[in-house]
Design a protein around this ligand. Structure first.
Ligand code: ZN
Length: 57
């Protein structure tokens, strides 16, 4: 089962859906996406909040 994170669930006006096989993979991709697209550095505290938004697909 894939894991999916919708960027808009994290509070962004953004249609990006980040998928991965594990939460770690999704978090890593989300951090890259946040940095590249939203110019945002993900802190450990934010990563914990984002992890809670990851859904099974
Ligand atoms: Zn985004």
């Amino acid at each position: 089962m894939a894991k999916v994170l919708r960027c808009k669930d994290a509070g962004f006006d953004c249609a990006e859906e980040i998928r991965g096989q594990t939460e770690e993979e999704v978090l890593q991709k989300a951090a890259e996406h946040a940095k590249k697209v939203h110019n945002l550095e993900v802190t450990p505290g934010m990563a914990a909040q984002v992890r809670a938004l990851i859904k099974d697909e």
